[in-house]
Design a protein around this ligand. Structure first.
Ligand SMILES: [Zn+2]
Length: 144
């Protein structure tokens, strides 16, 4: 996504693209690393040293509120941001803590509709384990 496309995306979601918001957006909307707020702050601060932590946090909250980002709690005390707003699952590498997307179609979850006593508005699967070096989580091809 080029800078003018990021600006357009902010505008489409009702966010006025100030220089500070653009700096945050150019990092967080283009990464698939699922960063925490502190990681976003550390990364954006390199290019934008005058940016305050509060501004970054407020900007992330604004992006979530406007539907540009999803906020995920993938482990206790670990809140991360995800620019992929369509439904998908996640894999958490227990060694490195890295989070990878798993396409929605790669897993089949059944029984959600049959749950009683709850009004489900979304769900996702969080898979934990170890990522094989150089691999991304995908469905293994069937050989039988
Ligand atoms: Zn994701």
């Amino acid at each position: 996504m080029r800078r003018d496309e990021v600006i357009e995306k902010l505008r489409q979601h009702g966010v006025a693209p100030s220089a500070q918001r653009l700096a945050v957006a150019e990092f967080v909307l283009l990464t698939d690393a699922h960063p925490s707020a502190d990681q976003v702050f550390a990364s954006v601060k390199r290019a934008f040293p005058m940016l305050s932590r509060a501004t970054v946090y407020n900007t992330l909250n604004l992006f979530v509120e406007k539907g540009l980002l999803r906020q995920l709690v993938l482990a206790e005390g670990r809140v991360v941001f995800d620019p992929m707003t369509v439904a998908h699952h996640h894999f958490v590498d227990e060694q490195s803590g890295a989070i990878r997307d798993i396409p929605w179609e790669a897993l089949r979850v059944s029984g959600v509709e049959g749950l009683s006593g709850v009004d489900v508005h979304e769900y996702q699967v969080v898979v934990r384990g170890r990522l094989e070096p150089g691999r991304r989580p995908r469905r293994k091809s069937r050989t039988s």
